[in-house]
Design a protein around this ligand. Structure first.
Ligand code: SAM
Length: 262
């Protein structure tokens, strides 16, 4: 088959650094019986070493040229095939159709990484863990603590339901073509549902969006439709603070307080 030309619109930056690939697979620690799905297998940099360790692997890929390559290398008519190819958009893919408990991995297309993370979040009850390559800047935002520059809506919307850890820095030279940004591997482990303190996730999301909608404004301003001064006092939160100063636990307290009012 002729050489594949990387497509920018699909965020194609293929891993070529064998040491980094080995480090990522070691961090994932695949076990033969795992139910695993890889998002965007591309030219197989992670797919091949994963298949060495797994009895079976699912992949979701959008690029028809890459799907044709995968079908050539792993014929879907083979009854003993180890790879199941799901052709289509991972953002629209129903992960509930795959066996659980599920492990999700992928060197994600960076142009859709945030929507993908929110899509995966809908399946947390079926998911054991997730390992992703993302822009380093996004990983920093995911794991940031309050009152730090990277702390924002993404941190607060993910930290209440995932334990997250940055595992590995990956420089641009590890890819072909090299992206303009640094990358990193993050591990996300869904918290057990009993440990998720948020009573009303929709309301929580609303409060977080309102608070971070105008980052530089005080909470008194951004949350004025939700909390009056007496409510701030009752919650023990200084209304002169900004969203970035509130810990995830504080956002949970605010949302649960409002939920209990109705
Ligand atoms: N896993 C390969 C590697 O590490 O070299 C390729 C990673 S590349 C950054 C992203 C991959 O995701 C590409 O194969 C791309 O075609 C695929 N992709 C892009 N958008 C997608 C989508 N919406 N759904 C599924 N796959 C997608």
């Amino acid at each position: 088959m002729s050489a594949h030309k990387a497509k920018k619109k699909f965020g194609q930056n293929f891993l070529v650094d064998q040491q980094i690939i080995a480090d990522i697979v070691a961090a994932i620690r695949p076990e033969p019986d795992d139910n695993m799905v890889e998002i965007g297998p591309g030219l197989g940099a992670l797919t091949r070493p994963l298949l060495k360790r797994l009895s079976h692997l699912h992949v979701v890929e959008i690029d028809r040229d890459i799907i044709a390559r995968l079908e050539h290398d792993y014929p879907q008519s083979d009854p003993n095939r180890k790879l199941t190819i799901h052709a289509g958009d991972a953002l629209a893919f129903d992960f509930a159709t795959l066996p659980a408990p599920l492990r999700i991995v992928g060197n994600l297309p960076y142009n859709i990484s945030s929507p993908l993370l929110f899509h995966f979040a809908a399946y947390t009850e079926r998911v054991t863990d997730m390992h992703f390559m993302l822009q380093d800047e996004v990983v920093e935002r995911m794991v940031a603590g309050h009152s730090t520059p990277a702390y924002g809506r993404l941190s607060v919307m993910l930290q209440y339901r995932f334990y997250m850890e940055k595992l590995l820095d990956v420089p641009p030279e590890s890819f072909r073509p090299a992206p303009k940004v640094n990358s990193a591997i993050v591990r996300m482990i869904p918290l057990p549902s009993a440990e998720i303190a948020v009573k009303n996730e929709k309301l929580y999301a609303q409060i977080v969006s309102a608070a971070f909608g105008q980052r530089r404004k005080t909470l008194r301003n951004t949350l004025r439709d939700h909390l009056d001064e007496a409510a701030f006092v009752e919650l023990g939160i200084d209304s002169q603070l900004r969203a970035e100063n509130l810990a995830v636990e504080d956002f949970i307290r605010v949302a649960n307080y409002l939920n209990d009012q109705v």
